[in-house]
Design a protein around this ligand. Structure first.
Ligand code: MN
Length: 514
C-alpha cells in the first residue's frame, strides 16, 4: 500500500450543486485549469446526463485540461454511462464514476429496488463503463447508512466487474471518525482482492466532521479523498481540500507519512479564484483560507511571531501561496514589472488575458495609490474569464446624494450593439439596476447584494456580489472595481449573463449526484 493520497476534486460537480455556486462554461474551464496547476489527481468535471450545459463543460474540460484525470459522473443507467463516455472521449485520462444507492432507506424510498436488483445493476453498469474506459470508479451512495455485509457484496461485484476505485460516500454527513475508519477497515478486510482497489472517501459536513472523517479513513487505509475548494457543496458542504491537504502536510508525523501531490502554494490562488467566480465569500475564521486564518501576524501574538514564527505559527502563509500585504506596484510600473509580479504570485496570464489585465492594472494605478497582491489577484480573476456573453462592457454615470433624485445613465453592449438608457431609483444602486433591467429585459428577482473590500484602505477596490433568481435557479454575479457603483453594475450584468447561459443549457428537475 502506498502512502500517496489521491486528491479527487469535485468542486465542479458536487460543489456546483450547492445553491448560488453554479458556473458557466468559461468559469468552469478557468477553474479546471487552476485545479490542474494545483496538482489534483482527478477533476470531477460534471454529471454529463444532467444537462446539455454539464455535458458540454465535461467535454471542453476533457479537451483542454490534459495533465489530470477528468471524471464524469453517471448513474448506473445505460444512457447515463453513454453520455458520460461521449463527453469524456477527448480526455487524455478519462474516468467514469458510476453510482447507485445501497442503504435500505434509499432502496425502499427512492429506488424501489431489491438488494439483488441493485447488485445486478452494479455489475452491468461497471462492465458497460469498462467497455469505454480503463479507469472506472464505483460509489455506493449512502454507504454509511448501508448494511456492512451488503456493502461487502456490492463492492466485490464492482471490483470483479472492473472498477479500480471503490468509493464509500457519507452522502448525508452522518458518520463519525472512529465509525468511518472501522467501516473502511472492515471493507478492506472482507472484500476479496481488495488490495487491487483504491478505497475512496466522500464526506459531507453536516455535523462539521467531513475533514476529520476523511483523515480517519485515510489512516485506516483509504487512498483517495474526494473534496472541494473552500469546502463548498450540498448543504453544509463537502470535505475542504485545503484543510485535508494542510493537515496531512503539517502533521506528517501523526499521519504516518501520508502525503498528496498538491502544490500547496496554489491553494490560496485556487480559493480566491473560486470566490471571485461564485461570489460566495469564505467565512473569516475558515481554516487555511479565511481572512483571519493567519491574523496573529497583526494580533496579540504578534510580538511572539515577530521574535520567532514558530511560537504561534504551525505553517506559514507563504506555504499556501498567501503573499503578505506589501506594496507591490505603483502607477509607474510597466508591463515587465507587472508580468514579473504576476509570475511571483503564480498567476499565469497570457495573450489577450494579459493585455486586459494590464489595462485594468494601469486604470487602477491611476485611481489608487497603493496596489496590493490581492488587487492583482482580483484583476487577474476579473480579466481571465473570456466569455461569449450576450451582455458586455457596462459603462455608467450616476448622480446621487441627499439633495437630488438618484439617477443612473447606463450603456451596455447587447448582442454586439451598444444600447443606452437612463433610470431613477431609491438610491444609486437601485437606479443602476433598473437601467440594466431595462436594457437586458431580465425578469429575475434580486435576492442579495453584498459589498466586500478587496484590501484594507479607503481607496480599496470593492468586490460586489449580486444574487438573483429566476424560475427557481439562483446565480451569483461578481464585479470588482475601485468604484463600488461600477463594480455593482458589473456584478449585476455578470449575474444576468449567468442566468442566460443556464437558461439555454439546463432543463428543469435535473438529477443530482452522490
Ligand atoms: Mn456529495
Amino acid at each position: 500500500m502506498t502512502d500517496r493520497i489521491r486528491i479527487f476534486d469535485t468542486t465542479l460537480r458536487d460543489g456546483e450543486q450547492s445553491p448560488g455556486c453554479s458556473m458557466n462554461l468559461a468559469e468552469k474551464l478557468a477553474l479546471a485549469r487552476q485545479l490542474e496547476r494545483l496538482g489534483v489527481d482527478v477533476i470531477e468535471a460534471g454529471f454529463p446526463i444532467a444537462s446539455e450545459g454539464d455535458w458540454e463543460s465535461v467535454r471542453r474540460i476533457a479537451e483542454q485540461v490534459r495533465g489530470t484525470a477528468i471524471c464524469g459522473l453517471a448513474r448506473t443507467g445505460k444512457l447515463d454511462i453513454e453520455r458520460a463516455a461521449e463527453a469524456l472521449e477527448p480526455a487524455a485520462h478519462p474516468r467514469i464514476h458510476t453510482f447507485i444507492a445501497t442503504s435500505d432507506i434509499h432502496l425502499e424510498h427512492k429506488l424501489r429496488m431489491s438488494r439483488e436488483q441493485v447488485i445486478d445493476e452494479v455489475a452491468r453498469a461497471v462492465q458497460q463503463a469498462r467497455g469505454h474506459v480503463d479507469d472506472v470508479e464505483f460509489s455506493a451512495e449512502d454507504a454509511t447508512r448501508s448494511d456492512r455485509d451488503y456493502l461487502v457484496q456490492v463492492f466485490s461485484v464492482a471490483l470483479d466487474a472492473g472498477a479500480s476505485t471503490l468509493n464509500v460516500p457519507d452522502t448525508v454527513g452522518y458518520t463519525t471518525p472512529a465509525e468511518y475508519a472501522a467501516l473502511i477497515g472492515y471493507l478492506m478486510e472482507k472484500i476479496p482482492g481488495s488490495e487491487r482497489a483504491v478505497f475512496s472517501v466522500h464526506c459531507h459536513n453536516d455535523l462539521g466532521l467531513a475533514v476529520s472523517n476523511s483523515l480517519s479513513a485515510a489512516v485506516a487505509g483509504a487512498r483517495q479523498i474526494e473534496c472541494t475548494v473552500n469546502g463548498i457543496g450540498e448543504r453544509a458542504g463537502n470535505t475542504s481540500m485545503e484543510e485535508v491537504v494542510m493537515s496531512l502536510k503539517t502533521r506528517r508525523d501523526v499521519f504516518e507519512g501520508l502525503d498528496t501531490g498538491i502544490q500547496t502554494r496554489e491553494i490560496y490562488p485556487s480559493s480566491r479564484l473560486l470566490t471571485s467566480i461564485t461570489g460566495v465569500q469564505v467565512q473569516p475564521n475558515k481554516a487555511i483560507v479565511g481572512d483571519n486564518a493567519f491574523a496573529h501576524e497583526a494580533g496579540i501574538h504578534q510580538d511572539g511571531v515577530l521574535k520567532a514564527a514558530i511560537t504561534y505559527e504551525i505553517m506559514t502563509p507563504e506555504s499556501i501561496g498567501r503573499a503578505s500585504n506589501e506594496l507591490v506596484l505603483g502607477k509607474h510600473s510597466g508591463r515587465h514589472a507587472f508580468r514579473d509580479r504576476l509570475e511571483e504570485l503564480c498567476l499565469d496570464v497570457q495573450g489577450d488575458e494579459f493585455e486586459r489585465a494590464f489595462k485594468r492594472f494601469k486604470d487602477l494605478a491611476d485611481a489608487k495609490k497603493t496596489i496590493y497582491n490581492e488587487d492583482l489577484e482580483a484583476i487577474v480573476a476579473d480579466s481571465s474569464i473570456a466569455t461569449d456573453d450576450r451582455f458586455e462592457r457596462v459603462e455608467l454615470t450616476i448622480t446621487s446624494g441627499n439633495a437630488t433624485a438618484p439617477m443612473a445613465s447606463v450603456s451596455l453592449m447587447v448582442d454586439g450593439t451598444v444600447q443606452k438608457t437612463v433610470a431613477t431609483g431609491v438610491g444609486p444602486v437601485d437606479a443602476i439596476f433598473k437601467a440594466i433591467t431595462m436594457l437586458t429585459g431580465t425578469e429575475s428577482e434580486l435576492i442579495k447584494y453584498q459589498v466586500h473590500a478587496v484590501t484594507a484602505g479607503l481607496d480599496a477596490q470593492g468586490e460586489v456580489s449580486v444574487t438573483i433568481e429566476e424560475d427557481g435557479r439562483r446565480v451569483i454575479g461578481n464585479g470588482v472595481h475601485e468604484d463600488v457603483m461600477v463594480a455593482s453594475g458589473k456584478a449585476y450584468v455578470a449575474a444576468i449573463n449567468k442566468l442566460e447561459w443556464h437558461r439555454h443549457r439546463h432543463g428543469t428537475n435535473e438529477p443530482k449526484g452522490i
